[in-house]
Ligand binder design. Structure first.
Ligand SMILES: Nc1ncnc2c1ncn2[C@@H]1O[C@H](COP(=O)(O)OP(=O)(O)OP(=O)(O)O)[C@@H](O)[C@H]1O
Ligand SMILES: [K+]
Ligand SMILES: [Mg+2]
Length: 690
């Protein structure tokens, strides 16, 4: 069998150096075209600041044309109009570049969605009777046979069989993973390849809404919605636009007091340089780039809001089996109660597992055969299977003359009324202290012994939990397993806290309680019993190896099935929030210099004393105004790489972070335009343009 731990290695598929998008010529060309398409006012209205800029650009263009037609001075309004249009174009370009990176990934995913022909089973109980059927025509509920070498035609649940599957098409990771019926690794994804053995799969996805389809829509940004934070910032920016509009209009009265009223072109230039075009132009690119950075670490986020929430997460809950451990729990020992032969225990354990479709159940049958040559008998007539459930924490078989149960020790004791002899209790304790899961086996009202199920902690997890702790995040393991096993695994994995013997409802209640205390909660899980908790958590990170239910309940899927990836999610979330804050600060701080550049120019005629404000000693009023507009446009392009890459995040205190960013982006935002406008003014002068 392939080593599943291979799939823990972070994948490098689809990853490239940050900012490399800006060096990709084809991508830039396509983005430029897309930027032009985005000039359509109908779509631009979603961005109030840039929409205002476009309206003002149109107005100044009309004025320039009118001046040219009537023989007036049209050069200055024309130059301003050109740079105002470029301002709008740079903003739409930023968004187009951010989207373009996802589109490239979508194209490679589309190639994975090849047209396969499925083997649809005609009868559920007969694998030899099948009919070819195009994958696209498969409906939910239909059964298909997938054999070694076949592509899995659509998403589904494995109902029979164990196979290794290469999921590289989706995850970029070529080490095969195990897919099997019954347990937490039963979900299969359309477009992935069965490399050995066979599976019978019940289709769960309707045509056109498979995981791959949704993934494509997501990376293309088709499903993207503004987050509540983005909407709030948009409203703030729109408010500032209105305030500056009022301020600029009232200037007309002031300036006309004892001189010439300023021209509409000059007022337009003043308005656009003062409204927050920088952050307005980069806001959506910042959000898209954040989702894209997640994708590069192989995490698929279906909600931008979850990415933002991740930036502020305080607690991470994880289930044990399949999340902290590999989840391939295998029977590894029989421990009979005093006076019971080991073979009698093994026979009872096998009977109790006859109808148990979980990997644990199958491993017990295999172990009984390997250790004692016990062949699993056919299901006797009149037998009733008691399937495993996370609520009862046991499973078993009722025969007309005997009842067999196996499961969590306390659960079996309660259900059968059987007493646990002290020697057995000691054996159970030893198993659990070693980090294995003890299952008690009972026949009617008597305990026959225990089975030890071994599971392995995913490698490297301890260091990663330590890193989470340094980021101020508390890790809590919530598991259905018993206290001792939970404590042993918790100690080995290095989590901060552990909640054992938890039913799905208790996992859910635990999250609600933390949220009620005002904490932001992340949950990582893989099982159907984790689904309610994954849905309730602010960040629900489902393992790609998990069940369909878990993957649908969460708002992120980790294609590498590594719960400690939350580190990356948190960093990217923080980075997103910091980048947005930094560029907003920068954008608003920029206004100071523009004020000093444009106001003296406007009032030059009315109030010559105001020349004292012309700190930059700009060549002429016209040159000052044009230089400010050019700077205002160019700064958007200059900041695109930062918006895409994100401001670097270092784990340090919030106060230190705020201080550093205020200094860098606040003070930088005040000073940069003084320098920039002066340089542009000089250049315009040297080129003889003004
Ligand atoms: N096939 C089975 N038959 C009987 N009992 C089982 C079986 N599988 C698991 N159990 C018992 O039920 C308990 C709860 O199982 P459940 O799957 O809810 O939680 P878990 O997988 O152990 O933990 P986690 O919630 O961390 O994944 C297990 O700890 C084990 O004692
Ligand atoms: K501006
Ligand atoms: Mg589980």
């Amino acid at each position: 069998m392939p080593d599943i731990s291979d799939s823990l290695q972070p994948s490098t598929a689809g990853r490239s150096l940050p900012g490399s998008a800006l060096r990709d010529r084809g991508l830039l060309g396509r983005a430029a075209l897309e930027a032009l398409r985005k000039l359509n006012p109908h779509s631009l209205i979603r961005n109030p600041v840039i929409f205002t800029t476009e309206a003002v650009s149109a107005l100044v263009t009309a004025l320039a044309i009118e001046a040219a037609a009537t023989g007036g001075a049209w050069g200055f309004p024309a130059a301003i109009a050109v740079w105002l249009w470029l301002t709008v174009l740079f903003a739409t370009f930023a968004e187009a570049v951010a989207e373009g990176r996802g589109r490239a990934r979508a194209e490679s995913l589309r190639r994975a969605r090849t047209e396969t022909v499925a083997k649809r089973l005609l009868r559920p109980d007969d694998r030899s009777l099948w009919q070819p059927r195009p994958a696209a025509a498969l409906r939910p509920g239909e059964l298909v046979l997938v054999e070694a070498g076949d592509l899995i035609p659509s998403d589904g649940e494995v109902v029979e069989g164990v196979a290794s599957v290469n999921e590289a098409a989706v995850t970029g990771e070529s080490a095969p993973v195990i897919r099997e019926s019954g347990g937490d690794r039963s979900a299969v994804t359309g477009g992935t390849l069965v490399v050995s053995d066979w599976l019978v799969v019940r289709i769960t996805a309707a045509p056109g809404s498979t995981f791959l389809d949704r993934m494509i829509a997501l990376v293309e940004g088709a499903a993207r919605q503004k987050t509540p934070n983005e909407i709030a910032l948009d409203i703030l920016l729109a408010g500032m636009t209105i305030i500056f509009l009022i301020a600029v209009v009232t200037l007309v009265g002031l300036a006309s007091w004892n001189g010439q009223p300023p021209s509409v072109t000059v007022l337009a230039a003043l308005l656009i340089t003062l409204i927050p075009t920088t952050i307005g132009g980069l806001l959506s690119a910042i959000g898209i780039a954040g989702m894209d950075r997640l994708l590069r670490v192989n995490i698929l986020a279906t909600s931008g809001r979850a990415v933002e929430a991740a930036g502020d997460v305080d607690v991470l809950l994880l289930d044990k089996t399949g999340t902290i451990t590999l989840g391939n729990r295998q029977a590894a020992g029989f421990h009979p109660a005093p006076g019971i032969a080991e073979r009698a225990l093994a026979e009872a354990a096998a009977l109790a597992s006859l109808g148990d479709e979980t990997p644990e159940g199958r491993s017990i049958l295999a172990f009984a055969r390997a250790q004692h040559g016990i062949a699993a008998p056919a299901l006797p007539p009149g037998a009733r299977i008691v399937p495993f459930s996370a609520e009862t924490r046991l499973s078993g078989l009722d025969l007309p003359d005997a009842r067999y149960r196996k499961g969590a020790v306390d659960a079996v004791a309660r259900a059968t009324g059987a007493a646990t002899p002290p020697a057995l209790a000691q054996a159970v304790e030893r198993i659990a202290r070693a980090g294995a899961t003890p299952l008690a086996v009972a026949k009617d009202g008597a305990m026959l012994g225990a089975i030890a199920l071994k599971d392995i902690v995913k490698p490297g997890i301890r260091e990663r939990f330590a890193a989470l702790r340094r980021m101020g995040i508390r890790t809590v393991m919530v598991t259905g397993d018993n206290r001792l096993t939970a404590a042993a695994i918790a100690a080995e994995a290095g989590v901060d806290d552990v909640l054992a013997e938890a039913t799905p409802e208790e996992k859910l209640r635990h999250i609600r309680a933390a949220q009620a205390e005002g904490r932001l909660v992340a949950m990582a899980g893989d099982g159907t019993n984790d689904a309610p908790a994954l849905a309730q958590a602010d960040v629900g990170l489902a393992m790609q190896t998990g069940t369909q239910a878990a993957r649908e309940a969460g708002n992120m899927v980790d294609l590498d099935s590594d719960p400690t990836k939350l580190i990356e999610v948190v960093e990217i979330g923080k980075q997103l929030l910091i980048t947005r804050g930094a560029l907003t600060t920068f954008s608003i701080a920029n206004d100071v210099a523009k004020y000093f550049a444009i106001l003296p120019a406007i009032f030059a005629a009315s109030y010559p004393e105001l020349q004292a404000l012309n700190l930059m000693r700009l060549t002429s009023p016209e040159s000052a105004i044009l230089a400010a507009v050019i700077f205002n446009a160019l700064i958007i392009v200059a900041l695109v790489p930062l918006a895409l890459r994100g401001v670097r995040y270092r784990p340090e205190g919030a106060a230190a972070l705020l201080r550093r960013n205020l200094l860098l982006y606040g003070l930088g935002g005040i000073l940069a335009p003084f320098l920039g406008i002066k340089l542009i003014d000089l250049a315009l002068h040297l080129l003889g343009i003004v």
